[in-house]
Design a protein around this ligand. Structure first.
Ligand SMILES: *[C@@H]1O[C@H](CO)[C@@H](O)[C@H](O)[C@H]1NC(C)=O
Ligand SMILES: *[C@@H]1O[C@H](CO)[C@@H](O)[C@H](O)[C@H]1NC(C)=O
Length: 872
């Protein structure tokens, strides 16, 4: 792959180091000057254009090239791909497809040789790059007899990567690590050449004989092509042009030609997943490359090589991008002087060894550090020094592996504190450079070649650090999303009621209205409703489900069909809902319903799926916090998983974002009404708010009528005309909170969650068969058990908990003291808190009430357990 720099034409000198000692070559070694050869391969006949010869060779070998593109030469970039004048190339269009027989990999090269010694020799070459470089040396020596001749003719004569940097050029990089790496690369190649030169000679001989090349002509080129300089050159060629696919380096003619330019699509780092979307290895070993964006007439076809920092581009490809959103700059870790903080770092194994070493972080211009990294842990713990209460809470919990992470690393506010420390460190980092940004900007204009690359490289680092340094204190919560539907809520309600009217429900005693405060929208009785009578009957056709999923997009319909065929009811409904809400919008038949649902902004305000770590501090100590984090993680993972599917990206385009996906996940998780084993979104029925009913009332249930055409709901209790109608969903508060973001003050079905699980270090895990047997016997079907305690079931649940804990510890007899220990440890996890202010948010009040409930129930369980202990 080529660099955005003017390639220097460097004459490949005949190296005195030539160590090809074949008898038929030895005469040449005594007079190396005679063998001085032209800098490139044997020139092709002068009337042919090497670019066109190459493309012809490519298709003659069974390759496909999109007729809209050709090879061309661009200023600053050198050779690249170009869209023909008057043509267009669109995102995901196939650019070309290279057949297997011209792609070089180590294993394919082994197949070119019959004798097992050569095969083994190639197999033993330390890495793919060197193995492929050897074969390129051989093919170079074969000249016009080589199958790859047309390809070799369009390869650059010089590739400047880190290895070709002189000591002076390396010093210009102003990076100790790269300087070291550059020197190592040079030494390594020299060592390798010495190790493989015998093999190379042998490969060349065998290939020369096979091609029936008259000796003398072959010797001339062979000397040049098999030299150290040539080996080093082809190693650079492979390092910069071959790509790793399925764990093996592939040097693919043409696929190595598009130049780099980032897409700037704001995507997150995903370990090259994005690159793999556009480079597809076929079952027949061919490689198909698709366009990663739209290109207009006459434009250069660029490619985004993936989520890499500049160091990789310099190291392997020998260029420094003009811009790269994935570039990062290394920061020296702040030195820790606080003994307590250092102690936490040692305990959590964030630092190691005598020197308390932790690898330095590489920050991008936005200054963000991924939360699940060791660097984040380092900075988050370092920041605890300024928060004594939080540090104390961390110290109390750091021995519990299940809890140390949330207490010491992802503590509320840690994101902001990490950002601040990073900014300070960036400021320090800038001071370590020997020159300023201004000086470099002036200087880079006067330089060329490797010197220009080196200065451009360090300039990029400085710019990143200065951007990070200047962002102190400006790191805010993510910008609020603006609504894409300006209609007022009152209008939406009116449109919705008209929509419901048009659907002709067989029975409907409800109207939607603005219920105010936390409820937003609710339902009221349009006439008197009597307990037990059907009061809302919704026909199947008025319900969004896998059955009614159909859109005006054939691409989305294909996804829906695929979802159905895999019985993936969830994604079928999700794709349907996302398409109608974010793509069709007001053109969708379902719009009056979808637009009345809580918006993304609403959810960001109150739904736990969108809570920040800081907000979740309100649940510190509670198992509900862990469940919320688990849900949040699940949404992100699912999104990333599904995003790997090109068909999905194509079908949704700009609407496919993690926010829109999270909205749809939240809608489905919180509003689905189940019958016949399937999820349904039921307009109007799902607007009924939740409340405890009077004595004797029933819990919500919707069922299909006998004809299977309508979903019928019976009134849970009686309502007067005009009164707000409620249902009782019969769930404990933590379930309401997890899925809907509210709790009920009065809730007969409430109970508080206590969790316990068996870990690999528990006594019970020593004998897994016995553990399994006892779990089954005790009626536990998971190594992680949930107990839900209220005043009525406290005896029973205490008993269950005690049984579980005894099995967990591998005790032969049920023992109340293990229960006491467990509950006391749980109670210790709740930090001391101030009473809530009167103006505390609804979410804060909900979380506090969950925590208070849990503490109270743990107290009851503890008393119960102590009573039993005393009995013994
Ligand atoms: C083919 O490539 C050469 C450089 O090797 C360039 O000078 C020439 O303009 C190219 N020809 C065409 C037709 O693009
Ligand atoms: C949701 O989808 C729309 C397309 O309708 C898109 O423009 C918007 O950016 C997405 N919203 C977010 C917050 O990602």
């Amino acid at each position: 792959m080529m660099a955005p720099s003017t390639p220097l034409l460097l004459t490949l000198l005949l190296s005195v180091l030539v160590c090809v000692n074949a008898d038929w070559l030895s005469s040449l070694l005594s007079s190396p000057k005679k063998a001085q050869a032209p800098p490139s391969n044997i020139p092709p006949p002068s009337n042919s254009n090497p670019n066109l010869t190459f493309l012809k060779w490519f298709t003659n070998n069974g390759g496909y090239v999109n007729p809209a593109i050709t090879l061309s030469v661009f200023e600053m970039y050198g050779r690249g791909l170009k869209v023909l004048d008057g043509s267009l190339v669109s995102h995901l269009e196939v650019l070309f497809s290279a057949p297997s027989n011209i792609i070089l990999t180590k294993s394919k090269i082994m197949d070119l040789y019959d004798d097992s010694t050569t095969k083994r020799g190639i197999d033993e070459v330390v890495n793919d790059d060197y193995a492929i470089a050897l074969e390129l040396c051989v093919q170079c020596a074969l000249g016009p007899h080589s199958k790859w001749d047309a390809y070799l003719n369009v390869l650059p004569h010089h590739v400047s990567n880190l290895e070709t940097f002189t000591a002076h050029e390396l010093a210009l990089l102003d990076s100790a690590s790269l300087e070291k790496l550059g020197n190592q690369m040079q030494e390594r190649t020299t060592r390798q050449y010495a190790a493989v030169s015998g093999l190379l000679k042998n490969m060349a001989e065998v290939s020369g004989q096979k091609a029936k090349i008259p000796k003398m002509g072959f010797e001339m080129t062979a000397t040049r092509c098999l030299s150290f300089e040539s080996f080093r050159h082809y190693t650079s060629i492979v390092a910069s042009r071959a790509m790793v696919i399925s764990g093996e380096k592939h040097l693919t003619p043409l696929a190595d030609m598009p130049n780099y330019e980032p897409k700037n699509d704001g995507r997150v780092m995903a370990n090259g997943q994005d690159f793999m979307k556009y480079h597809v290895l076929g079952d027949d070993g061919s490689m198909t490359v698709k366009s990663d964006r739209d290109f207009g007439s006459g434009q250069q076809v660029f490619e985004d090589y993936g989520d890499n920092p500049n160091s990789l581009y310099l190291e392997a490809h020998g260029f420094v991008p003009f811009s790269n959103p994935f570039d990062c700059a290394e920061l020296p870790n702040p030195v820790i002087t606080d003994e307590k903080v250092l102690n936490v770092m040692k305990k959590l194994k964030i630092v190691e060894g005598e020197q308390n070493y932790c690898p330095p972080v590489c920050v991008k211009a936005d200054g963000e550090v991924e939360t699940n990294t060791r660097s984040y842990a380092y900075y988050a713990v370092a920041a605890l020094g300024k928060f004594p209460t939080k540090l104390k809470y961390c110290e109390v919990n750091m021995d519990d592996p299940a809890y140390a992470g949330s207490a010491c690393i992802r503590w509320g506010g840690s994101g902001k504190a990490v950002n601040e420390l990073i900014s300070v460190a960036a400021n320090e980092g800038i001071k370590n450079f020997g020159s300023s940004i201004d000086e470099d900007e002036k200087r880079v204009k006067t330089l060329e070649g490797n010197e220009a690359l080196a200065v451009r490289y360090r300039l990029s680092k400085k710019r990143i650090l200065s951007e990070v340094a200047s962002s102190v204190g400006v790191v805010e919560e993510k910008a609020k999303v603006v609504s894409d539907d300006p209609t007022s809520l009152a209008e939406k309600v009116a449109n919705f009621n008209a929509f419901i009217e048009s659907l002709n429900f067989p029975t409907n005693y409800l109207t939607a209205y603005l219920a105010g405060a936390e409820q937003r929208v609710g339902t009221k009785a349009s006439r008197k409703i009597v307990a037990g009578e059907p009061y809302i009957t919704v026909p199947n056709v008025a319900v969004m489900s896998s059955d009614t999923a159909a859109t005006d997009s054939s691409l989305v319909n294909e996804l829906i069909a695929r979802g159905k065929s895999m019985n993936d009811d969830f994604h079928t409904l999700l794709f349907f809902t996302m398409h109608e809400r974010f793509v069709s919008k007001s053109k969708s038949k379902w719009w009056p319903y979808l637009t009345l649902l809580p918006t993304l902004q609403d959810y960001q305000e109150y739904h736990p799926n969108f809570f920040s770590d800081e907000k979740l501090e309100g649940l510190l100590g509670s198992p509900v916090r862990e469940l919320i984090l688990k849900n949040q993680g699940k949404i992100k993972r699912n999104f990333q998983g599904v995003s790997g599917d090109v068909a999905v990206l194509e079908a949704f385009g700009k609407a496919w974002t993690v926010e829109n996906y999270s909205w749809a996940m939240t809608v489905l998780d919180s509003r689905s009404i189940w019958w016949s084993g399937m999820r349904h979104l039921v307009p109007l029925l799902d607007l009924i708010n939740c409340q405890e009913g009077p004595a004797g009332s029933t819990v919500h249930a919707t069922n299909l009528d006998s004809g299977g055409k309508n979903a019928v709901t019976l009134a849970p209790w009686s309502f007067k005309e005009g009164e707000q109608v409620f249902e009782n969903y019969g769930q404990p508060n933590h379930i309401y909170f997890l899925f809907h973001g509210f709790v009920l003050q009065s809730n007969a079905h409430d109970c508080s969650l206590i969790m316990a699980s068996v870990g690999p270090n528990d006594g019970g895990a020593r004998d897994m068969d016995e553990l399994k047997r006892r779990m089954e016997e005790g009626g536990f079907n998971s190594y992680s058990a949930e107990f839900c305690v209220n005043e009525k079931n406290v005896k029973e649940e205490t008993e269950n908990l005690m049984n579980f804990l005894s099995i967990k510890d591998g005790l032969t007899k049920v023992d109340a003291s293990v229960g006491v220990e467990h509950v006391e440890a749980q109670l210790k996890k709740y930090p001391e808190v101030e009473p809530l202010a009167d103006d505390a948010g609804f979410d804060e009040k909900c979380m506090r009430s969950l925590v208070e409930g849990e503490k109270k129930m743990l107290g009851l369980v503890l008393a119960e357990l102590q009573g039993r202990k005393d009995e013994l």
